[in-house]
Design a protein around this ligand. Sequence first.
Ligand SMILES: [Zn+2]
Length: 465
Amino acid sequence: MPEQNNQPTLPASQQQRLPLPLIILIAVNIIVVTTVGVFVMVSFQRTRLDDEFYQQCVKLKNEYRVDVEAGNVDIFCTKREWWQLNPKFPSPQIQYRQGVENVDELEKKRAGETKELNDRIVLLTQQIKSLELQNYDPQDIQPLNYYTALTTVDNLESQLKQKQIEKDGFIRNIEKVIATYPNPPAEFVNYLGSYKQKNIQQQNLLFPEITAKWEQAQTTWGKELAANKLSTSVSESNFLSFFSTIKPFTAQEFVELSNKKTGADTNISREDVQLFSSLAANQYVQQFASQQGYQFRAVYTGPLTEIQGERLQSDTANAFLAMQQAANADGISLSLTSGYRLVADQAELFKQRFIQNSTVFGGPFSDEQIATGLADAALAETLKTTSIPGKSKHHSGFTVDIGDGSVNSKIVAFADTKAYEWLAQYNFLNAKRFGFVPSYPAGVAQIGPNPEPWEYVWVGEEAVK
Ligand SMILES: [Zn+2]
């Protein structure tokens, strides 16, 4: 039909018009999808919140773990999945809120104790800062709950204990310096006296003050001492640096320092050396020497440097030359009278001196006489200045015997020489400047031979700082 064939074309919008049932179907679909989407989003959000509350709850529980275990407070935390299977239980959110309430109640009961702990934290922190010579601002400290405060106090107390040990060491060192050098400043000594009267808490808070006063006192005192012309090679300015960096030592500490060095990097000799043909005489002499404090020493077997007719380890040789030069500049003559000795050298030296002393004390003695004690006087005299082989500090290559260069000076009179005075004044400051310490200074308890003012061990400059 032409009419039908010529039917006018509809506008585009009308051409696409959908049938009503389809439109309804689409609308329903949109509503369903949106509803499901919203539902999924809401439930996702709730899951997230529940997880968060669970995490918070666990955190709280951990913080109060001790109290939870002791039954002081109830905190239950369960995950969402578990709660969904057991819906009679409160939700993670309610559990967390309940936990917070319970904790608040507990804290209220403990308010007094918690305050005390927090006050203690403030005081401990202040004391630690004082001992660290740092400024202190109480506003830096936020009050903590009971359990955290309790742990914090424990932690701070052990920190403070450690700091107190360091502080005590510092004060002991000051006391040693004061005891070691002449004319300590009276004002500071008085202050130190009154400081020591205080209790530990007060001392800890005063620590920055005594540190500042000590610094001042060192400067004035050091200048005074330097002005006394300790040595021409020591000026006022470098004296102050020696004064504050080179440590003073007691006689016993000098011995320990030198013993440590003579035992380092070397082989320890452990065998008695045959001095006499009879076993009995040998055993007797070894035992006699042990009673006098002689002990096995390390024996160095590495390369040696020869200076002035003696052999030494090279660092020791260099340090001796530098010390000799500094003494020379002060018009003091130091000579190297003995350095490294082999065990065999020491055996020869010992036998030679023993024979010399035997003639003075009623000898010569047979092995049998030695073994029965008849040579004791000659033995004792020999051991005063001469070690038995294997037990001499000279086996290390770090040990020097020093003379004053005069041909006629007897070694035992060294303590009366200008050279000794130069080495020994101010707690052996000139010896220590070059890394040497006295081997057996006067004032040592009955260990080792008698004081030997001429013997020094090179321990290195770092060891005396
Ligand atoms: Zn010696």
